[in-house]
Design a protein. Sequence first.
Length: 70
Amino acid sequence: MFGMIVGILFGVYVIAAVINVVGVIIGAVFSGVGALLGGAFSGESLAIGIMLGTAWYLIRKRNESPRNDA
């Protein structure tokens, strides 16, 4: 009887430890994603992205052939 109680308590302890480790891993993943998004939307990177997007749009617009639908 005493062994069964110890076994159940040990099982609960192991389950709590596994849940704690999974929580730490998930927290680290979300922290890393947040850091990447924060770096992507910082002022300098955002300005570079706007400039590259505008240049890409203008180059595509210039390279389009005029359409003669008549």
